[in-house]
Design a protein around this ligand. Structure first.
Ligand code: ADP
Length: 357
């Protein structure tokens, strides 16, 4: 534009630009502008610069500038400046709509080759992640409320029935026992939720000491053995000493969760195998069962909070679907990984890999 003006007339050119980088200003001056102003600018300064330009041009060429030329120059500058600034206005308008609560808004990032287009792309992907995080949080809160509502309803209906008329001793006992079970369920739920929240926030103080994963697992096996015995399930262990680094109590929680699941989802007289081994600088734990397995469609989700494969059956058995989510959060906090392989109808294997040091 400055070059075009220059070609036709000896008009002084004042660039009004939104590009305040040195590169942009130098480019403007090199291509014919006599002076520049970066948006937003002060009108008084604009007029002062115009007067100075007109003075300079009059003394050099001995001619007077026509007002029309100044106006045309100004309009061109404005046009260029507003074209440059339009994407920024787009970005800020979208940000305002997002701040007002509409997280589905995105910036129109059609011009992906320009710097602003690329910035819009980055912002859009940040907005997408934000939207997913908010949706996740909302789902978590709604699931947690839903889970807590069931035991509260049990307590309310039991107490209402018991208090409706005079009852005998065994009836009161029965109602109190039902209330106690519901309260225990609520305690278990709130403790799990608190632990997950602390792990998320990095507030769960995890010890970082050298430990023997084989020994941790042996203790857990003894802990769950009565559960397995009730259903004639055999636990086969191969648990040599394997060095790992972390918090023995929290890792014990992981092993116990995996073992109780393996027992719960096994058929009567089935078999659960638990093994440890060292592998490429990792301590590895494997828990295998001969149970019903996990359908392919569910497998990617079972570490999610409140996810249950057979929702109604698990809920009846008092499972909220937080056990594996807690296992994953603990393993993640140790810098490890937890994975599952499964053959529907034949059983599942959970594998935990932890750094040895
Ligand atoms: P919960 O605490 O309710 O048992 P988990 O998070 O431990 O929940 O497990 C989530 C879901 O994964 C369970 O409802 C169950 O459907 C499935 N699951 C977990 N372990 C096994 C297993 N060993 N065999 C089959 N399904 C399993």
């Amino acid at each position: 534009m400055p070059r075009r003006v220059r070609k036709t007339k000896k008009t002084p050119v004042l660039m009004l630009t939104a590009r305040d980088a040195v590169r942009g200003r130098v480019h403007g001056l090199d291509t014919g502008a006599d002076d520049y102003l970066v948006k937003p600018f002060d009108v008084v300064e604009l007029l002062a610069r115009l007067r100075a330009l007109i003075r300079r041009s009059a003394s050099q060429a001995g001619s007077r500038l026509e007002l029309g030329e100044v106006v045309i120059g100004l309009a061109g500058g404005w046009w260029l400046a507003s074209r440059a600034i339009r994407p920024i206005e787009d970005i800020s308008a979208t940000a305002v709509r997002i701040a007002a609560g509409d997280l589905s808004q995105r910036i129109n990032a059609a011009d992906t080759d320009s710097e602003l287009g690329r910035l819009a792309g980055v912002l859009n992907s940040t907005f997408t992640r934000l939207e997913a995080a908010f949706a996740h949080q909302a789902r978590f809160t709604s699931d947690a409320s839903h889970e807590l509502r069931t035991p509260v309803t049990v307590i309310l209906s039991q107490t209402q029935t018991a208090l409706a008329r005079e009852r005998n001793g065994p009836e009161y006992r029965e109602a109190l026992e039902a209330c106690q079970r519901a309260a225990q369920r609520m305690r278990q739920l709130t403790e799990s939720l608190l632990q997950l929240t602390r792990l998320d926030a990095g507030e769960e103080t995890l010890k970082r000491e050298s430990l023997d994963l084989g020994r941790v697992a042996r203790e857990c096996v003894e802990w769950v053995r009565p559960l397995a015995a009730e259903r004639h399930i055999e636990i086969r262990s191969d648990l040599p000493a394997v060095e790992a680094c972390g918090d023995a109590e929290r890792l014990g929680q992981v092993v116990t969760n995996l073992l109780t699941n393996a027992i719960q989802f096994s058929r009567d007289r089935g078999e659960v195998r638990v093994a440890t081994r060292g592998e490429n600088g990792n301590a590895v734990l494997m828990v295998t069962d001969t149970g019903e397995g996990i359908p392919d469609a569910d497998r990617p989700h079972i570490f999610e909070r409140f996810y249950r494969v057979d929702n109604s059956r698990s809920r009846r058995q008092g499972h909220a679907g937080l056990g594996l989510a807690i296992c994953k959060a603990i393993v993640d906090a140790h810098g490890g990984v937890i994975e599952v392989t499964s053959q529907p109808g034949a059983g599942s294997t959970f594998i935990v890999k932890l750094p040895a040091k």
